[in-house]
Design a protein around this ligand. Structure first.
Ligand code: XIL
Length: 370
């Protein structure tokens, strides 16, 4: 039996619905648009404003909707609330990088990564691991010693193998995908002259994927790159690299497209580019989307930004093997952009106060019609 106040509310809603229908009928008969009657005050409380379903609900099973996470920001209840509500995947912005997890040789610090994983488990989110082999955020004890000499090469290869195995094994079963190699190409499409290429030669790429596969056969293994959104010389080189790795039997399951962008539209070839990689038999993913602008944000800039976000989610939805859409931070309150690009910012879907911006509405709107 319903308690009396609830019953009264329902009766009030029913009566007001009837009034709206009658008004519509009368207006229809008179050939006018129906005038929607204001509901009586008693009905106002239970008829809550329709709330936009969160992005993760709109996405359903079609693709993961993720964000990079600043683990320190998990102390902010507003941040936790939006992260848990909107996203079903998380990427550690820092917490799983080599410099974070092993700041001194053999001294592991995985506390921040573990906190993120607990949050993800509590909120039914997948964890995207980032990043095993990269030329940045490598701890000093790796880059400084041993000196880069031919004699040091076996030692460097051994350090890298141990790092990949340690990290993937530690997180086994809790990470659904790894960026195994991050940013291996130079802007001209040649292999980047990183410590790994210099010391180990191009074979380090295949080795890294093989070590990761052996350490966690269930994890999806990605190669992640920037500047490869459109069909261009760098993405052509990446395409050839992935094709050759696959042909050699290297266990690479996916290619991540970072998409750190500006207010200009994405290249019109973005969808076709994603599709050609997918045709190689790999998944594709948008892994680090943000769209920086000169600050302060203006309505016009926010509109252009929304168009970029909409274009990005649209490209991903158009390619069946695009398995996830991840933003590099979801709020301007904790975005890396102002630090990395002085004078620019406001690059995410939620403002400093965690209020959704037009970019959020654009992504939600595109997901709604998927
Ligand atoms: C960035 C973080 O967002 C910053 O906080 C950090 O200081 C540097 O790294 N490509 C990547 C990410 O793959 O790991 C980078 O993240 C952004 C560019």
């Amino acid at each position: 039996m319903l308690p009396p106040p609830r019953l009264a509310q329902l009766v009030a809603i029913g009566v007001s619905a009837l009034l709206v229908m009658v008004a519509g009928l009368v207006a229809g008969l008179a050939g006018r648009d129906p005038v929607v009657a204001e509901p009586p005050p008693a009905a106002a409380a239970p008829v809550a404003q329709p709330v936009e379903p969160p992005l993760r609900v709109l996405a359903g099973d079609r693709l993961a909707i993720g964000s990079a996470v600043n683990v320190d920001a998990l102390a902010d209840p507003r941040y936790r609330a939006v992260l848990g509500r909107e996203f079903n995947a998380v990427t550690a912005e820092q917490a799983m990088k080599w410099s974070a997890v092993e700041p001194a040789k053999g001294r592991y610090d995985r506390a921040a990564a573990d906190r993120l994983i607990v949050f993800a488990q509590q909120h039914d989110q997948r964890v995207y691991g980032h990043a095993l082999v990269w030329h940045k955020q490598v701890p000093g004890w790796v880059t400084d010693t041993p000196a880069e000499t031919p004699a040091s090469r076996p030692a460097t290869g051994e350090l890298l193998r141990r790092h990949v195995e340690d990290e993937v094994s530690y997180f086994r079963g809790r990470v659904w995908a790894w960026d195994v190699v991050n940013e291996p190409l130079a802007d001209d499409g040649t292999l980047r002259q990183s410590i790994w290429l210099r010391q180990l030669g191009p074979g380090y790429l295949a080795d890294a994927f093989r070590w990761a596969r052996a350490a966690d056969p269930q994890a999806r293994l990605f190669l992640n790159e920037y500047g490869v959104e459109g069909v261009n010389p760098k993405s052509d080189a990446l395409y050839a690299l992935v094709r050759d790795l696959r042909a050699a039997g290297v266990p690479i399951d996916g290619v991540g497209f970072q998409v750190h962008w500006t207010l200009d539209p994405l290249p019109s070839s973005f969808t076709d580019n994603l599709a050609r990689f997918a045709a190689l038999g790999v998944d594709v993913a948008i892994t680090e989307l943000d769209t920086r602008m000169p600050v302060p944000a203006t309505p016009e800039r926010l509109r252009r930004q929304a168009a970029v976000y909409q274009q990005a989610i649209g490209a991903c939805l158009a390619v069946p093997r695009c398995v996830s859409f991840t933003v590099w931070g979801f709020t301007d309150a904790y975005s890396w952009v102002p630090g990395a690009h002085p004078g620019l910012g406001a690059a995410t879907m939620f403002d400093q106060n965690l209020i959704p911006k037009p970019a959020y509405g654009a992504v939600a709107g595109r997901l709604r019609i998927r």
